[in-house]
Ligand binder design. Structure first.
Ligand SMILES: [Zn+2]
Ligand SMILES: [Zn+2]
Length: 114
């Protein structure tokens, strides 16, 4: 789930950037660094592709946990896929908004945030 290739410094920078809280639900508990665009899909270890999530949102972002509010099709793979897509979009928007406010256009695939 979490790539060991992210340096300690980068992890720290991500936690700090996101205020030591989950970017999606604001929880300060069980924080983990998540790749917004999966590495298999061309995502990098650039901060523009990394986000701080609590363990629950992180598991949901990977479709490991499907929250009840999201089981439109009985919790099958369609739900899982739409959940993963939804979280990917929410995370992308969070990071893009953050960098946009600093006048930087974030690009999770080729890098470009700081
Ligand atoms: Zn969360
Ligand atoms: Zn992850």
């Amino acid at each position: 789930m979490i790539s060991a290739n992210i340096s300690k410094e980068t992890r720290k920078a991500i936690y700090k950037r996101d205020g030591y809280r989950c970017a999606l639900c604001d929880s300060p508990q069980g924080l983990q660094v998540h790749h917004i665009i999966r590495r298999a899909h061309g995502g990098t270890n650039d901060p523009a592709n990394l986000i701080c999530l609590c363990w629950r949102c992180h598991a949901e972002a990977h479709g490991t946990i499907i929250p009840e509010r999201h089981t439109y099709h009985g919790g099958g793979w369609e739900d899982r896929q739409s959940l993963v897509d939804e979280y990917e979009q929410a995370c992308t928007e969070y990071v893009c908004d953050y960098y946009a406010s600093m006048g930087i256009i974030a690009d999770p695939v080729s890098g470009g945030g700081r």
